[in-house]
Design a protein around this ligand. Structure first.
Ligand code: SF4
Length: 457
């Protein structure tokens, strides 16, 4: 039924557990560096023994904002043998606090150590096909013994030169657009979450139980990030000196005499809490990216703790959110470096709106409309992180994305779903076109917009 190649993205490619502050600038590069390490470990022993150096060159947005995003520390952690899911917080803190310290490369037969000179912030303007490119080289006498060119394509995904889409076989229920997804649901009689689950099981050979357990882990990490952020005072890393605000908002919400203000303040606080944890480089869940990792957790926290929905309903909501993320990833982009912040906060807000509508038992059309409304009102949003840090405007932008998602959910559930003029496919198409037309300086380079007020500090 699908006219274009069918979507084969995993739910857990969107909901990725790993350290902040940016999936494309920390999780992706850490994953690339870890992959490079594994490949170096697989080289013949005599090649490894000849090596006398290792360099990682960062290009484009990784070079422009990688310093503020901690890309160099993420690369080092990957080269030291850690993947984003399991990297110890203590190592990340050590790399941050002692940047000059040297560490042995954990490869048998190679007598190399890694330090601040391992990662080179190279050209911002370049000819690579992906704006977020990193090139890793194992060196001997200045010549490359082994080299890989990686692309961090958003959401923690990586590809490399010559990379080909893995042949996972067709999913049992193929679709590439919302229209095709609707048609599949009508033809099979499946509910949205059942179809997403069936595809995930078939493509990734996971049982329902394994998927539910991983969804529960994702939910736990999301709620933990909200809780930790609501309780943690202090100043975020980096030269801006930005103070955390979430605990103050929670306190003030408790003091507010108006229940409507109280709820709104808490939605803001929850989103900012998780986003502040992300900015601190702590473990969060990409949803769909690290920069936007406060929007869905905020409303997931609302579903659990304010609406008191059962876990099963929230799981269904997360699967509906994933469906929206799949469609954006397939037909536009989740990367700020490709389409601006509309791809990150805009998508997160659309996913969250669908999650709210679906988890609370509304039909598919309402969930789609909620996602469309949320996405529509993020169109054109640029990515211009001040100083290259995922802090300003990112943290408050998560709060705005969460509030807009809640509002979109209200508008979609209160209106007549049949009167919606623009559907989700059209909104995603528009986002893609707007992103392609957007000037490069507004795509995570810190060279335009708000970033001009503090280009680098
Ligand atoms: S402005 Fe948006 S897209 Fe850019 S780093 Fe911040 S959250 Fe991500």
């Amino acid at each position: 039924m699908a006219q274009m190649s069918a979507i084969t993205t995993s739910v857990f490619d969107l909901f990725n557990i790993g350290p902040g502050p940016s999936s494309s600038h920390t999780i992706g590069p850490m994953r690339a560096a870890f992959d490079f390490l594994e490949r170096v470990r697989a080289l013949p022993g005599e090649v490894r023994a000849r090596a006398d150096g290792l360099r990682c060159h960062l290009y484009g947005s990784l070079s422009a904002t990688g310093d503020g995003h901690g890309t160099d520390k993420a690369v080092l952690a990957g080269l030291l043998g850690h993947s984003p899911e399991t990297v110890p917080q203590a190592l990340l803190d050590e790399l941050l606090e002692h940047p000059g310290r040297r560490h042995p490369l954990p490869v048998d037969g190679a007598r190399l150590d890694l330090g601040p000179d391992t990662v080179v912030f190279d050209a911002v303007e370049h000819g690579f096909s992906c704006n977020n490119t990193l090139v890793l080289r194992l060196l001997a006498g200045g010549e490359a013994l082994f080299e890989m060119e990686y692309h961090s394509v958003g959401g923690g995904f990586i590809q490399w030169r010559g990379w080909q889409e893995p042949d996972l076989g067709p999913p049992p229920h193929p679709y590439a657009t919302m229209a095709e997804l609707r048609a599949q649901l009508a033809a099979t009689g499946l509910a949205l979450h059942e179809l997403i689950l069936a595809n995930e099981k078939a493509l990734y050979r996971r049982s329902t139980r394994e998927i539910e357990e991983q969804l529960d882990r994702v939910m736990r990490h999301m709620e933990n990030a909200v809780r930790r952020g609501c309780e943690t005072e202090g100043v975020l890393p980096g030269c801006i000196g930005l103070r955390r605000k979430a605990p103050t908002l929670v306190r003030r919400a408790g003091e507010s005499r108006h229940s409507s203000d109280r709820f709104l303040m808490l939605v803001n606080a929850y989103a900012m809490a998780a986003a502040e944890e992300n900015a601190a480089g702590h473990v969060v869940v990409t949803a769909p990216t690290s920069g936007a990792s406060g929007v869905i957790p905020s409303l997931l926290y609302v579903l659990h703790n304010h609406m008191e929905l059962p876990r099963e309903a929230v799981r269904r909501g997360l699967l509906a959110a994933a469906a929206v993320g799949f469609l954006v990833k397939r037909n536009a982009s989740l990367a700020g470096a490709e389409v601006g912040c509309q791809g990150e906060i805009g998508t997160a807000s659309a996913m969250a709106a669908a999650m709210l509508a679906y988890a609370t038992g509304h039909p598919l059309q309402v969930a789609e409309n909620a996602a469309e409304i949320a996405l529509e009102h993020h169109l054109g949003l640029t990515c211009d992180p001040v100083g290259g840090y995922v802090q300003i405007p990112c943290i408050e932008r998560n709060a705005m994305g969460a509030v807009k998602a809640y509002n979109a959910y209200l508008m979609a559930t209160l209106g007549d779903p049949a009167t919606q003029v623009i559907d989700l496919d059209k909104a995603i198409w528009t986002m893609n076109q707007t992103g392609r037309d957007m000037h490069r300086k507004y795509k995570e380079t810190a060279l335009g917009g708000l970033a001009l007020h503090m280009p680098r500090c």
